[in-house]
Design a protein around this ligand. Sequence first.
Ligand code: HEC
Ligand code: HEC
Ligand code: HEC
Ligand code: HEC
Ligand code: HEC
Length: 480
Amino acid sequence: MHQVFKTNDAFTITKKSNLFASFFTGIFNRTTAPDTSVASTMNTLLIKHPCRLLLLSVSCWILLTGCPKKDKHKIPVKNTPQTTHALPLDSLEAFSSVLTPSPWLKDFWSIPIPFQGNPPYHWTKEEKDISAEGCKSCHPHQFADWSRSMHAHSTKNGIIHQLSRDMHLPAHISKNCNQCHNPLVEQSIKTTNGKVNPAFNQTLYKEGVTCIGCHVRKRTYFGPAPDSSNTNQNKHNGFIIKNEFSSSAFCSPCHDLQPGNKKVNGKLLLETGEEWRRTRLSAAGMTCQKCHMPDKKHLFKGIRDSATVKEALSIQLVLKQRGERKAPFKGHPPLEGKDSIIAELAVTNLGAAHRVPTYINSQIRVILEQLDSSGNIIQSSVKTGIIGRKMSLDLKFEVFDTRLLPGEKFYLGYKLKRHPSTESLRGRIEVWPDQHNYELYKTFLNNPESKQSPSYQLIKKALNQAEISRYVLWEKKMRI
Ligand code: HEC
Ligand code: HEC
Ligand code: HEC
Ligand code: HEC
Ligand code: HEC
């Protein structure tokens, strides 16, 4: 499986698929150093690490087991001795403090978001409507983009099951999910003391993280500084300009669990803003909005969008030995190692200002495999590595964590015998955005008692959606 090592150049923390690979990638790093422009970009992106001054020579690579600092990178977990565990954020330097909310922002995000109240009587029907549908008539572009985003889907299928299930649980637990998935008072079926909520609004409930959650408090509208000073303040009593809309602190209340929540291996389940603060990009003013809302667009593209993920990753496939097709002469055993294919597939996070992926749900699968002349995969030749944070289904322990901060690299080393019918070697990268939930849904459906559950059909649908959300990000075939 995976072990953690630190590279000797560029101060990166790298993930190796095995000792063998670590040896070869050590050499690879030195002999095929990236060109200086890439290297300098990488350096600006690189996270600073307490161990960075410890420069190791190639030979030390092999001796890493004896290197005293190594344990810093390896947090052993019971029953899972051979896995990697990305470092807790506390051990990394923070470059920005702008996640701290201003008093206004703190108040703006006090959850649940209070009842909006009745609109002024002279407003038009459209202005009175606080659903996203209502905003659509005057803000069609924002509506069209938001509808395609995950924010508009935060109460669909699998989630809706979990939320509705939670509604039968003590109110403080369902409140926990609602604060990010359904933060308005109008979106809770019950009040915090378990009574029917008179303000409940079915349309808003289905819209999840909807427009007014981010823009409207008690019928007062808030937004970023507009692009032109000549703005129309005639509709919905105008709006109040707040610069906080352009800061990462605006997104953090939902994309970071607050300190004090349970940590596993020193890490919260959701800490994207904190990850961002540990990257140099945060100090350079690269806010969440700059990457996820370019031109103020409301698409919030992420792991489900191949173009976005491609922007984040640099991918390199290197073939080091083709593997001899036959033994050197008849009846003689092959020369030691010569019949092996030796290759390496490396994936670096160069474009996302947080871990890739940032959440436990997603996996990026790195695959090397041999193909025959008709393009069929030779099953015994497939080797897979996973970039992600795999948690047990009950979220109690971490199985592995190979996520990549900016500048970090994941290596899949390959050394296998060349199959007699092999014609090419293929590198492939797949994205499985919903893998944690997929396994959760499967476990639920496989339990015979679940057939009676009113949520059975919803979960079946959610499983199907999780499966079709998978896609191939990148592929490269080398004839050998
Ligand atoms: C009847 C038309 C109308 C409706 C309905 C409407 N708006 Fe507006 N909204 C406007 C106009 C006009 C402006 C001013 C835009 C400008 O001139 O730049 C505006 C401005 C805004 C701004 C500030 C833009 C900025 O540059 O900061 C926000 C945020 C906003 N609206 C959100 C909403 C939301 C959310 C809804 C639905 C709950 C909504 N609006 C419904 C017409 C409307
Ligand atoms: C009110 C809470 C809330 C706020 C504020 C919020 N988000 Fe989200 N965001 C969510 C939730 C919940 C999801 C997951 C929805 C789902 O998949 O069911 C999400 C999903 C996303 C995704 C897509 C993830 C994927 O899997 O592709 C992106 C990107 C994102 N948010 C970016 C942002 C940015 C940038 C901001 C700040 C401008 C922001 N969010 C503010 C709650 C919020
Ligand atoms: C602190 C805010 C927060 C809380 C509290 C929270 N979530 Fe989430 N949840 C998110 C965000 C943000 C995402 C998207 C994360 C990403 O993709 O990086 C998400 C994603 C999810 C997903 C995967 C979404 C999908 O469509 O694939 C599920 C399922 C989920 N949450 C369920 C729950 C449940 C159930 C609870 C309550 C027990 C809960 N969440 C509590 C913020 C939160
Ligand atoms: C997750 C929070 C979030 C949600 C949901 C959201 N917005 Fe925004 N919106 C923002 C942020 C943040 C900005 C400012 C982006 C920036 O400054 O780069 C913004 C900017 C705007 C603006 C002004 C910028 C422009 O394009 O003129 C309008 C108008 C607006 N939003 C309307 C809407 C409407 C309508 C919806 C629902 C269809 C919506 N927003 C949903 C966070 C949100
Ligand atoms: C420099 C650009 C950049 C910045 C800044 C940035 N992101 Fe991302 N983000 C990306 C890219 C690229 C991806 C796609 C790769 C991936 O999924 O990690 C992504 C993915 C995501 C996802 C998808 C879920 C996942 O597991 O990856 C969420 C949610 C998200 N970002 C939230 C945020 C939040 C919140 C901030 C601010 C604290 C932020 N991002 C800042 C580039 C950026």
